[in-house]
Design a protein around this ligand. Structure first.
Ligand code: CP3
Length: 356
């Protein structure tokens, strides 16, 4: 790993105590005294204090108001005592900051003003002016001041997942236009993914330099690809994103859903930690990865709305299987469903801390 001097002296990993936190210790392959846990989508609709604060503010506006984004980021840390904060933003924020017409429609997800499908459209995509990232830097500063020695995780969307929103124009189950562009117009495809990789990599690096102690690249929908498609059309661009933070001593997590067949390839683009959903057990993932890569995962979110004993049994199974890997950070499948009872989450975090 590069020396911490590549980060500013005031960075929490250098002088703020996060380097010795359970989270960073486990990401680096160590075994802290208690197993660390955080949850994707821990900040958001499951929390009444989130719903109250968001009232009257559009989703993407809330991400770009530093005080609000910082407060929302801190809410689940206060309430659940999780071992990390995940920066409250969205994977489409760098697109919006570059000037792309994008909105988040409640109950749907990211929707584009126009779908990007032609070579001409790809040629006209704007570059991201680094000055536009000022609200992100400010929000990260407020968050890390409030967190003390608890690490902040920065994140970005990977080129394939972001491109699928750009090409389909909205969330899709089939990715028909995306796969057609990939197959039929490889030059346009690669130009599009290279553009996405530049701006999303800038977003990720900005968060790391501003104070995030780890970063996670979300390729939520990469599981829709075959291994061959992933290696040919996606991996070089995800590697380009990872390269934008490789000189910094921040652990790099890579996560996607239903990616059991892609775990090695997703590690090999430059991740130091692999995130696994509930469809691959942690011991199987560890075998696939050769026993050298710290893992993150993988409580089944469907159990959150059922009997406590079934959830507790799953938590204990995850803790047990996680021992196979060189380091283990507990997480929750694809994250917290919006209708989850937050008290169940608090109790689950406590169980991980007691028994992990
Ligand atoms: O779900 C996925 O993995 C798809 C890709 C993706 C989106 N956002 C698109 C989106 C990912 C990985 C994100 C990341 C994200 N979004 C984070 C970081 C990581 C995490 O898991 O905590 C955060 C903090 C957000 C914030 C966010 N975006 C919230 C709270 C919401 C819900 C809307 C609201 O008004 O509260 C969104 C919208 C959003 N972004 C959706 C999707 C698919 C869901 C739209 C909906 O169901 O309303």
């Amino acid at each position: 790993m590069p020396s911490p001097s590549t980060l500013p002296a005031a960075h929490p990993l250098v002088s703020g105590g996060t380097a010795d936190s359970p989270l960073i210790t486990a990401y680096r392959g160590g075994r802290p005294a208690t197993r660390p846990i955080w949850m994707m989508r821990q900040a958001g609709r499951s929390l009444p204090e989130y719903r109250a604060l968001r009232e009257g503010t559009a989703m993407l506006d809330s991400c770009l108001r530093p005080d609000m984004a910082a407060e929302i980021t801190l809410q689940p840390v206060r309430r659940h005592k999780v071992d990390a904060a995940i920066f409250f933003s969205d994977i489409v924020i760098p697109l919006k900051l570059a000037g792309i017409d994008v909105d988040i429609v409640a109950g749907v997800g990211p929707v584009m003003g126009e779908a990007i499908r032609t070579a001409e459209q790809v040629r006209s995509l704007p570059e991201l002016d680094p000055a536009a990232l000022a609200p992100i830097i400010e929000a990260v500063g407020i968050v890390t001041a409030g967190l003390g020695s608890t690490p902040l995780i920065g994140f970005a969307g990977a080129p394939f997942t972001l491109a699928s929103y750009l090409v389909e124009g909205r969330p899709s189950r089939e990715y028909l236009h995306t796969k057609a562009l990939m197959r039929d117009e490889p030059e346009t495809w690669h130009a599009l993914l290279a553009w996405v990789a530049r701006i999303t990599g800038t977003f990720l690096r900005t968060q790391a330099l501003a104070g995030a102690s780890a970063v996670q690249l979300f390729d939520s929908w990469a599981g829709a690809l075959t291994l061959d498609e992933y290696l040919t059309f996606v991996a070089p661009h995800s590697a380009a994103v990872m390269q934008q933070v490789e000189d910094l001593p921040v652990p790099r997590i890579h996560f996607g859903t239903r990616t059991g067949h892609l775990l090695v390839a997703m590690r090999d683009v430059g991740a130091t930690v692999v995130g696994v959903d509930q469809f691959t057990t942690l011991d199987a993932a560890n075998d696939l990865l050769g026993g050298t890569t710290p893992l993150q995962g993988n409580i089944d979110p469907e159990l959150l709305s059922g009997p406590w004993e079934a959830l507790a049994a799953n938590v204990r199974d995850v803790l047990q299987r996680g021992l196979a890997a060189p380091g283990h950070v507990v997480n929750l499948g694809h994250g917290v469903p919006p209708d989850t009872d937050p008290d169940v989450l608090t109790r689950m975090v406590a169980l991980v801390h007691e028994e992990g």
